[in-house]
Write a protein that binds this ligand. Sequence first.
Ligand SMILES: [Zn+2]
Length: 341
Amino acid sequence: MKVFYSETHRLHSPAFEIFDGGLRMPYLENPDRMDQIERALRSANWAEINEPVDFGLAPILEVHDKAYLDFLASAWTEWLATDPKDPSTLLPATFALRHTPKIPKSILGRAGYYMMDLSACIVEGTYQAALSSANCALSAAQAVSDNGDRSAFGLCRPPGHHAGVDYAGGYCFINNASVAANWLSSKGRVALLDIDYHAGNGTQDIFYERDDVLTISIHADPDHEYPSFAGFADERGRDRGFGFHHNFPLPAGTSDTEYLQTLDKAIDLIKDFKPSYLVVSAGMDIYADDPLGTIKVTTDGIGSIAKRIASLNLPTAIVMEGGYANEALGRNILAFLGEFK
Ligand SMILES: [Zn+2]
């Protein structure tokens, strides 16, 4: 299986994030995550690790707002130009509720407009890392379409599924899986299945009014979990997109068996849609010991999930999302990808 991975992700390594209650914590979405996965993949004789192809900005701008991308591109330089007391990371303290469409001129004003929380910390290399991450997902999409591979893996960092058309959030800046799904949609119908522990709110927003890309997210109930404002079962798409988005919120403590029962419903929806391509947002924070998770899926359960998704027998681009139990990430990814190889 081709794996697309770039060391460029190391340029994005914020020193901290802010947890609820104002707690300053070491950044959980850290480069060590990739080191753990890369080490595991190199030990597998079926993983062929490649540098991603550079697709340029065009496929990203088909999904994201240009002014938002411009903000990401210049945010760091603008932030330093304000001579901040603590220049280590750009993080605003004031956020837009977007009751008015006005975008303020100041860098902190725009940061508050384009960010949804205190985990989308911007540092010097964030934009470059985010572009490279999108290229990993696009390269995986190209492998399963143009090259005819049955599956490919974009080892993406930073992750993407919380980033919407014009906002960053939840460690995400560019929505890698959505960029890949949109790129594939010019070649055929696409289903995007998001199994990350957290609701894929950004992906939901991006495709909410489209009927050519089916989006499904299985995740922790937003009534008690991030991202709090999206991911409810009654959110099913809008206008021509109505019926083409599905959320499956799960309670804390969900076991392998319960998870697989829900997954089967998602798989039936994908079969009914008859897509030409499948994109999987593969977050490993459903794992029982994940520090951010409350769902109790085991490593064996992750293998069973993959086996059922692979049984769809579709050209499948698998895109890395979350997963913060670093010591378990390698074996969990091997358990998942192993069913597709
Ligand atoms: Zn997550």
